[in-house]
Design a binder for this molecule. Structure first.
Ligand code: GUN
Length: 289
């Protein structure tokens, strides 16, 4: 079993980005984070993104909006950033309050500034295998891990647990693309899948993105599989200073002995998401020049 160290690989990417950003003369890349409400996980994720941007020399600005903002008001705020030429990337942190339709917000982020890759145009380009698309950060991070660890994908069976817009669907599309890392046979499983285990047991690469702590148990995994755990579940833990700890969607103790490669939580996919966001921001800046 080999642990895939996402912290180390993400840091490597960040160091590469630092060099590239330091070579930019004049105004630096700038990303705007829009956070609606005070969801503790979103507060923490956005803070991490701000810190990482600062460490690279990417400028960032955080716009905090009230939980009860209307959809139209939020669209208006997004449009202001679309129009601001000093802004290269825009990220609207999900999840949004239930009275707002995320899809409508994502589709109104300028495709040129859509560093999250959730806009219909960028998702469509991903399906068309157009390489100028912004690829959502978590799927891009997963693929980067597979690529850097040289894990074979051609002809392999990739099973994706979860069909979200943010992770499941785009990750599947990336494994399906022609070339490496791609050319895989992809199965999507979700809450209505019948006999889930019969699929997961045949996975050469299993991606768990369902948001259920320790859902994937040892008996669900094939010997020698690669297991990518995208879950970040906050479990109350009074013994910790923070009052919680993070648990993945994979039962690590049961699954790790069977896996050839496995990502830990924390320190696997999470840091990669942030690194890919920074990479997308630099790409947005370069395209704007
Ligand atoms: N919520 C969970 N992951 C993400 C992400 O990658 N981008 C945004 N905007 N929100 C998220």
């Amino acid at each position: 079993m080999e642990l895939i160290n996402g912290n180390e690989i993400a840091q490597h990417i960040i160091e590469e980005l630092k060099v590239k950003v330091s070579n930019i003369h004049g105004p630096k890349p700038c990303v705007v984070f829009i956070r609606v409400g005070e969801d503790p996980a979103s507060v923490s994720y956005v803070r991490k993104k701000e810190k990482t941007a600062a460490s690279i020399g990417i400028k960032s600005r955080l716009k905090i909006l009230p939980e009860n903002i209307t959809q139209d008001q939020l669209l208006n705020e997004v449009e202001k950033e679309n129009q601001d030429p000093s802004v290269h990337g825009i990220l609207v942190q999900a999840p949004l309050p239930s009275h707002i339709e995320e899809r409508i917000i994502f589709n109104n982020v300028s495709p040129q500034k859509d560093v999250d890759g959730f806009n219909a145009l960028n998702l469509g380009k991903l399906c068309q295998e157009q390489n100028d698309a912004f690829i959502s950060c978590t799927p891009a991070g997963i693929i980067e891990l597979i690529e850097r660890k040289k894990i074979p994908t051609e002809g392999k069976h990739v099973v994706i647990l979860g069909r979200s817009l943010i992770v499941g669907k785009p990750t599947g599309m990336l494994f399906l693309q022609k070339g490496f890392p791609g050319n895989a046979t992809v199965t999507f499983c979700h809450s209505r899948t019948v006999d889930l285990q019969s699929y997961t047991q045949r996975a050469d690469i299993l991606v768990a993105a369902i948001g259920r702590p320790q859902f994937v148990t040892g008996d669900m995994v094939k010997q020698g599989a690669t297991v990518i755990d995208v879950g970040i579940n906050r479990i109350e833990d009074p013994s910790r200073k923070s009052g919680f700890r993070l648990i993945g969607d994979v039962h690590f103790e049961q699954v790790a002995p069977k896996a050839q490669f496995i990502t830990p939580v924390p320190g696997g996919v999470g840091p990669m998401t942030v690194a890919m966001l920074m990479s997308n921001t630099l790409q947005a800046f370069q395209k704007s020049q």
